[in-house]
Design a protein around this ligand. Structure first.
Ligand code: HEC
Ligand code: HEC
Length: 253
């Protein structure tokens, strides 16, 4: 092939990719698989080794805490999501997708890059191990007992919509599904849920699950607000939640 053809071919392929409404939502391979495999090996580690992994997770999470807060609780206005308590598999997938530009997140992208993490935590490095260690740390941070919620005016409708459209993937109580990479959504800030739901419906969140898009096709604004208001009020298991809304993460002084 001539050089010109190669350039044209590349431009064409890039054009097609840029206009694709939804990318493969959970294709195997890449950093997601590598980090998930490393995370699996944590199950066989000794307490001493786990203490080291936790320390590495804390070192990496320091970068993330600038936006997600040291408690991982994000912000009520929905700018930053709560990430504490999210299963590690989901955190790994989202982080790998953001790094691979399979999910657009221009605010976070520069901070999530391998070189940035390696700079901040040279002893951990910025690769798949760093992702696995930070994901394990985040999933064990106690969750926010007081997330942002919606107006509370249409909760019965929300409950019915949830039961009919969401339970099969996100679970009875919004707890998600670890091995299927279905996120935990219970107790997430209302405004964040609303934005993601809308982006998934409209094809803007490119790593979204196509079956979810089909399921929520036809949801009106009213339906959308009702169901995510209901979700924001779902209570996570009590052992996952901080005792008080004033709790501060003691790992960071
Ligand atoms: C500069 C701010 C910033 C930093 C630093 C940052 N994030 Fe984020 N993060 C965001 C924003 C904003 C979003 C939500 C983007 C959106 O609305 O789609 C997000 C989303 C996420 C999500 C997806 C949550 C979900 O429920 O879908 C994960 C996981 C995540 N961040 C993990 C991390 C980790 C781990 C780090 C550290 C390595 C980090 N973030 C650093 C701003 C940041
Ligand atoms: C077929 C399975 C499926 C169904 C049905 C489904 N979802 Fe999802 N949902 C997913 C998956 C998978 C993701 C994560 C996609 C990804 O990796 O980016 C997701 C993501 C989300 C997110 C973004 C979460 C985050 O942390 O960023 C919200 C909010 C959400 N779903 C709400 C709902 C609600 C509410 C319903 C019912 C009206 C629903 N979903 C139905 C599979 C489903």
């Amino acid at each position: 092939m001539t050089k010109l053809k190669l350039i044209l071919g590349g431009a064409l392929a890039a054009g097609i990719l840029a206009s694709a409404p939804v990318m493969a939502w959970n294709e195997g391979g890449g950093e997601k698989d590598e980090a998930t495999k490393i995370y699996e090996t944590f199950k066989k580690k000794t307490p001493e080794e786990l203490a080291k992994i936790r320390k590495d997770g804390i070192a990496v999470y320091e970068i993330c805490s600038a936006c997600h807060l040291t408690e991982g609780w994000g912000s009520k206005d929905g700018t930053f999501p709560q990430i504490s308590g999210q299963p590690a598999t989901v955190i790994i997938k989202q982080l790998a997708d953001i790094r691979a530009k399979n999910r657009d997140n221009p605010t976070m992208y520069p901070f999530a890059l391998p070189k940035e993490i390696k700079n901040a935590a040279p002893e951990v490095g910025g690769g798949p191990y760093a992702i696995a260690a930070v994901a394990r740390y985040i999933e064990n941070i106690p969750m926010n007992p007081d997330p942002g919620v919606g107006a509370g005016t249409d909760l019965e409708h929300g409950a019915k919509l949830y039961k009919d459209n969401c339970v099969k993937c996100h679970g009875e109580n919004g707890e998600g599904h670890k091995t299927k990479f279905f996120p935990l959504i219970q107790g997430q800030h209302y405004k964040y849920l609303l934005r993601q739901f809308e982006w998934i419906r409209d094809g803007k969140r490119r790593n979204a699950n196509p079956d979810m898009i089909k399921q929520i096709n036809g949801f009106t604004e009213k339906d959308m607000k009702a169901v995510v208001d209901y979700v924001s009020r779902m209570k996570p298991a009590s052992d996952k939640v901080a005792k008080s809304k004033d709790w501060l993460n003691p790992d960071y002084d």
